[in-house]
Design a protein around this ligand. Structure first.
Ligand SMILES: Nc1ncnc2c1ncn2[C@@H]1O[C@H](COP(=O)(O)OP(=O)(O)O)[C@@H](O)[C@H]1O
Ligand SMILES: [Mg+2]
Length: 255
């Protein structure tokens, strides 16, 4: 078994394609035999499960409220009960498991709860080689410590000039969270041929996903986007990205 998973965090402004990329990446990793992958939905507008075609009955957010306010079954202490409920929240699917974080709580003190949840997360993470986290631009769960530091941060953006400001802001948050610049990469999405992607200085995007009618069709039909046909342009590009990530992860384990 692997001792240390390779953690990929997908961040970006809402609507840029984080969930689309996350689900296609998970699918590619699973298809190349890197299974099971742990899929973490850390976006409060949780819909990664839909993109992957599974259903979720409970998020860690709702579970936490319950597990800390309810009477616990006899013979169990609160600690055991939370661990039990945590395991129940994990969805096991074909080639991947999924856990949804739900909404981060308000300002009340949940320190004990959060410590316990991050303990459960750390324990869970050990069972996987790859973890893909679909998260919001602010990366709140990372700053709160409920999920660990990524080995790779992918910032998804539209290829236009307007996306640049968000890219810079997320880079800044990531740096404040202690992430090395070498681990931060930009992915352009919904690229249309004939247009030039915005200049991002001396960096080059790690991937450019084309605008893909198959992605749009899946959206309109409300079918899981991860199941678009293998020849779909966005899937091909994500497949190549998954290959890059796999070789990076190899260096990571051997170092
Ligand atoms: N490459 C693409 N081609 C066509 N439509 C896309 C592409 N990527 C994302 N979309 C569409 O853009 C919208 C937002 O994508 P989504 O992955 O949900 O973004 P986010 O998770 O960042 O909010 C969805 O309607 C999705 O179908
Ligand atoms: Mg999303």
């Amino acid at each position: 078994m692997h001792h240390h998973p390779f953690v990929i965090v997908i961040s970006g402004k809402g609507g840029t394609g984080k969930t689309t990329l996350s689900s296609l990446l998970i699918r590619s990793l699973v298809e190349t035999g890197e299974k099971p992958v742990l899929a973490v939905d850390a976006d409060p507008n949780a819909n990664l499960h839909e993109a992957l075609g599974v259903s979720v009955s409970e998020t860690l957010g709702s579970m936490r409220e319950e597990a800390f306010t309810r009477k616990i079954p006899p013979g169990m202490n609160r600690h055991d009960y939370v661990r039990f409920r945590f395991r129940q929240a994990l969805v096991e699917a074909e080639g991947f498991d999924l856990i949804a974080m739900g909404r981060p709580e308000g300002s009340g003190c949940y320190c004990f709860a959060n410590d316990l949840l991050s303990e459960c997360m750390t324990e869970l993470e050990r069972e996987y080689r790859f973890i893909v986290i679909d998260t919001e631009a602010g990366m709140e769960h990372i700053s709160r410590g409920t999920i660990g530091k990524p080995d790779m941060l992918l910032i998804v953006s539209d290829p236009g000039a307007r996306g640049l400001r968000t890219i810079l802001r997320i880079q800044e948050i990531a740096t404040q969270l202690g992430l090395e610049p070498a681990k931060i990469h930009i992915v352009f999405n919904k690229y249309k041929t004939g247009t030039a992607p915005v200049d991002i200085g001396n960096e080059t995007p790690v991937a450019i996903l084309p605008y893909d009618p198959e992605v749009e069709a899946a959206d309109l039909a409300a079918t899981p986007v991860s199941q678009i046909p293998p020849h779909s342009p966005a899937r091909i590009v994500v497949w190549e990205l998954a290959e890059k990530i796999r070789s990076l992860a190899k260096e990571h384990t051997s170092s």
